[in-house]
Design a binder for this molecule. Sequence first.
Ligand code: MTE
Length: 326
Amino acid sequence: MSRIHIPRIDASQITPEHIWVSRREWLRQAGLGALALGAGGLLPSAALGADSPVGSAPGNPYAGRPNPRYTVNDKPTPEKDVSSYNNFYEFGTGKRDPYDHAGKMQTQPWSVSVEGEVAKPRRFDIDDLLRLAPLEERVYRMRCVEAWSMVIPWEGYSLSTLLKQAEPTSRAKYVEFVTAVQPGNMPGLDERIIDWPYIEGLRIDEAMHPLTLLVFGVYGKRLPNPNGAPVRVSIPWKYGFKSGKSLVKIRLTEKMPLTSWVKIAPGEYGFYANVNPDVPHPRWSQATERRIGDGLFAPRVKTLMFNGYADQVASLYSGMDLRRYY
Ligand code: MTE
C-alpha cells in the first residue's frame, strides 16, 4: 500500500455535480433508477464482471432508499473513478489492475457463512443476503491509508442486521472477515505480498455500529467486481484497508483476529486503523488527502478525525490511547 500512483484523469470526463444530481433525481422520479445510468455506458461490462447485469431494470434490487442520516454532503466521486482506481491486491498492486483483471472473478454462485461464536451458524446464499433487509443508499467518505479519498454512494444495510441473525454469544468479542481466493481468476495471488486470503477484522461493538455497512451495490447498481462484488463491508471512519471485499466468511471470535496488514507490517498498520490526522503513518503524514476526481491541481483536503464521523463513533474509543492503538 506504500506506493502512490497519480491517476491520469481527463477533466472532460468528470461530470459536474449539478448535472449528476439532477440527472439522478430525474431518473429516480422517472422510476428508471440505475437502468439509464447503466445505459450511459460509464463502465464496460467486462470490467464489471462477466456475470453482472450492467445497470438494472425497474424494480432494481440495488437501488437503495437514500438514508440522509448516513449521507455526507461532499460531492460524490465520479462513478468511473470509483470502479477504476482501486486497491484489490488479488488482482495486482496497481490501481488500475482490478479494473483490468477483476472481470474474471466468478461471483455466482456465492454464499457467505457466518460462524464461530454464534448460537446459529449459517451459510447465506447471496440472494438471501440481498433480501434480508431493504437496501439503503448511504453516501460515505472513504479515506485510504495512502492519503487519497473518495465519496461513494453505497447500497446496503447495516452489518448488525446480518450478525443478529446468527445470534452472537457472550464470548464474541471480535469479528473476522475472510475474503475470496480464486486461483486462476486472480492474477495478483501469484505475488505473495499477502498470505491469502485477505483477512480483516473489527471489534464486536465496531461491527455492530449502525455505520458499518454490508454493501451490495454502488451508484444504484450491483457492486462492480473491482469494488468487491458481490458483497463487501464499508467502515467509513477507518482507513480503507479495513473494508474487506468479496466476503466469503464472517467469523465471530473471542480473540483479536490477525489481520493481513498487521501480519505484514505491524509497525505501520494497526488493527484499529481509525482515520486520524494527528497520528502519521511512519513514512508519511495523514493530515491531508487527495480527493480522487477533483483533478490533479485541486487543493488537498484536510483529513478529519474519524474521517468526519467523530460524533457517531468517538465514544467507542473513550479512554483509549489512539497513538498506541493506531
Ligand atoms: N479487500 C480485499 N479482499 N483485497 C484488497 O486488496 N484492499 C483494501 C480494501 N479491501 C483490499 C480489500 C484497501 S487497501 C482499500 S483502500 C479498499 O479496499 C479500497 O476499496 P475501493 O477500491 O472499493 O475504494
